[in-house]
Unconditional design. Structure first.
Length: 187
């Protein structure tokens, strides 16, 4: 079984990222090749990067970094729940990525993005630039949610539809295809 980590990218109180993470986690559970875990950066509470050494040396001094390193080391694939702040990825996700180096490499990442008219796509493009530097393989097929706020119901759940669910399955299948390809190479 492959370990799929779903990572939310916002930390503000009342953030909507975990709602979308819970939705895609339910869909991911339909894929028996994956063991799925949601990682909420708002709960993780990583400080701003405070390691003295470049992460490629893995000489981590802080417990929070050692734990984060073990979490990402243990992953086989990622889904980033990608919000867009000022046409960009959020600061917390860039910070969380920068903490580590080798842990990210040779693993595929898919994206569920959300926002206004852009559906968070500008943030995804920026995220891809950073992740590919760390040898993460971005999956093209994605879930894009423009004006997503209209799809959150009064109970705080995400109201999907057939088209969105279909895009989620297309993304999941492609993520799994890349997981099998990349993990086989590692073995
Ligand atoms: C600081 C900030 C900047 C934002 N910038 C954008 C933006 O550039 N594009 C966009 O579509 N939405 C933008 N939004 C609206 C977000 O899409 C919306 O608030 C969303 O809920 C943010 O994700 P979160 O709830 O997980 O924090 C911004 C929101 C915040 C708080």
């Amino acid at each position: 079984m492959y370990k799929l980590k779903i990572i939310t990218t916002t930390t503000r109180p009342g953030r909507k990222g975990p709602i979308l993470a819970a939705w895609i986690a339910e869909i991911a559970k339909q894929y028996p090749d994956y063991h799925t875990e949601v990682i909420d950066l708002g709960e993780l509470k990583l400080p701003l990067m405070d390691e003295p050494e470049h992460p490629r040396f893995r000489k981590y001094q802080h417990e929070h970094t050692k734990k984060w390193s073990a979490t990402i080391d243990g992953a086989d694939a990622f889904i980033f729940i990608t919000a867009e702040y000022n046409y960009s990825m959020t600061a917390p996700v860039k910070n969380a990525i920068d903490y580590l180096f080798h842990e990210w490499a040779d693993k595929p990442a898919a994206f569920v993005s959300y926002g206004g008219a852009s559906g968070g796509t500008r943030a995804v493009q920026m995220l891809k630039q950073v992740l590919t530097t760390l040898k993460v393989v971005p999956v093209t097929e994605a879930v894009v949610l423009p004006f997503f706020a209209k799809m959150i119901n009064d109970e705080g759940g995400f109201e999907s539809n057939d088209g969105i669910d279909q895009s989620a399955h297309v993304m999941m299948k492609e993520l799994l295809r890349w997981t099998l390809l990349l993990r086989a190479k590692k073995a």
